[in-house]
Design a protein around this ligand. Structure first.
Ligand code: NAP
Ligand code: GDD
Length: 335
């Protein structure tokens, strides 16, 4: 009988980490997750399968913790999904973003090289690296990042390529375009919209304030994208790939679709404020994933319309649940 495959996921508590963990468990992997200490638990997204994964304490800021986690997990595959991933925060905290999102990757690559050099390595790169480069963007498109986050990810991308070229390691960079789900953080625009749509339709709020409505993104479903991450590590040769749907929509179009799900006119509820605009914007992202289709046989399964419906439906359910709990919960006088 062949040995059970072991995977280590950094960022397991995040949107992608949770989908990837579920996906790998279904494939029969033993799954380890690196988690950092937070003042309240950030493991909500692992609900339902938390007891099937082994969580190990560590932080991309702390090289010794990475060595220790790798020694315990002895993974065949390492998926580096951990990052400070919210673009606006990268302007307010550019140095800490670089520490985690850029240098953190070097710390992890070096730790893998010393502890388990045979492990295959996946780096979560991003379409933010393309920034203002003309669309559609492919593996050949030159990078022109427009945020400190994008700059940090370009460093991490090249650090990964360089490890591959220097040490003949299986290390790849997946250049993923925006992907969303009901597990998306509430500060990202799609989830901000789907949640507000739910609350507005249930009479809990009236307005939604956004920034630039004209920005265009190539939005896919996170569940489809973690499949591509795994496929990239199963190839005979390491290769960096663009993963995208090839279809782009504006923030305004996302609003229109999401409000239409609950039969509301988005124009009556959406306002804009410069508070949510960025010092430098990425106007349009559209990925060309031809190479991934050819090499991996990968293509997205959930359409834009189904993605929006899925998110709004989930938020309607969730907001109702929270409302019901807040009306029935007895006050906890023990604290
Ligand atoms: P996410 O939900 O923001 O999750 C980020 C994860 O990183 C969380 O688990 C977070 O842990 C962890 N983390 C942050 N700082 C850390 C540190 N210092 N040490 C260890 N862990 C740390 O992001 P996501 O949407 O799942 O994205 C996953 C990865 O793909 C990220 O690298 C992101 O930049 C990249 N990416 C995302 C997209 C997208 O559209 N979603 C597209 C391209 C690339 P806590 O729970 O403790 O905060
Ligand atoms: N967050 C947010 N909030 N964005 C807004 C808002 C708002 O109120 N109003 C308009 N936007 C616009 C942003 O200016 C941006 O052009 C677009 O909506 C998408 O913003 P986000 O959802 O925050 O995502 P992002 O594209 O900046 O970054 C995400 O995708 C990258 C891949 O391209 C993140 O997941 C990154 O980690 C990821 O690398």
């Amino acid at each position: 009988m062949s040995e059970q495959r072991r995977a280590l996921i950094t960022g397991i508590s995040g949107q992608d980490g949770s989908f990837l963990a579920e996906f790998l468990l279904e494939k029969g992997y033993e799954v380890f997750g690196l988690v950092r200490r937070t003042s309240i638990s950030s493991l909500e997204r692992l609900e339902g399968f938390e007891d099937q994964v082994t969580l190990l304490p560590g932080d991309l800021l702390d090289a010794s913790s990475l060595m220790s986690v790798l020694e315990q997990a002895q993974p065949h595959e390492v998926y580096n999904l951990a990052a400070q991933s919210f673009v606006p925060t990268s302007w307010s905290e550019p140095v800490s973003t670089a520490e985690v999102t850029a240098l953190g990757v070097t710390r992890l690559l070096e730790a893998v090289r010393h502890v388990c050099p045979e492990a295959r390595f996946y780096q979560a790169s991003t379409s933010e690296m393309f920034g203002q480069a003309p669309a559609p963007q492919t593996e050949q498109t030159p990078f022109h990042p427009r945020s400190p986050y994008g700059v940090a990810k370009v460093y991490a991308h090249w650090a990964t390529v360089n490890q591959r070229e220097s040490y003949d390691r299986f290390a790849v960079s997946g250049i993923l375009f925006n992907h969303e789900s009901e597990r998306r953080g509430q500060e990202f625009v799609t989830r901000k919209i789907s949640r507000a749509v739910a609350r507005i339709s249930l009479g809990l709020q009236d307005k939604l304030v956004l920034g630039n409505l004209e920005a265009r993104r190539d939005w896919g479903f996170a569940g489809d994208y973690v499949r591509a991450m795994w496929l990239m590590l199963q190839q005979d040769e390491p290769e960096d790939l663009v993963i995208a749907t090839g279809v782009t929509h504006s923030v305004e179009q996302f609003c229109e679709r999401a409000f239409a799900e609950v039969n509301l006119d988005w124009r009556k509820h959406v306002e804009t404020s410069s508070r949510f605009c960025r010092p430098a914007e990425v106007d349009q992202l559209v990925g060309d994933a031809t190479r991934a289709r050819e090499l991996l046989g990968w293509q997205p399964e959930l359409s834009f319309e189904d993605l929006v419906r899925r998110m709004v439906t989930w938020d309607l359910h969730r907001v109702r649940q929270i409302e019901e709990q807040s009306h029935t919960a007895a006050p906890d006088l023990s604290r």
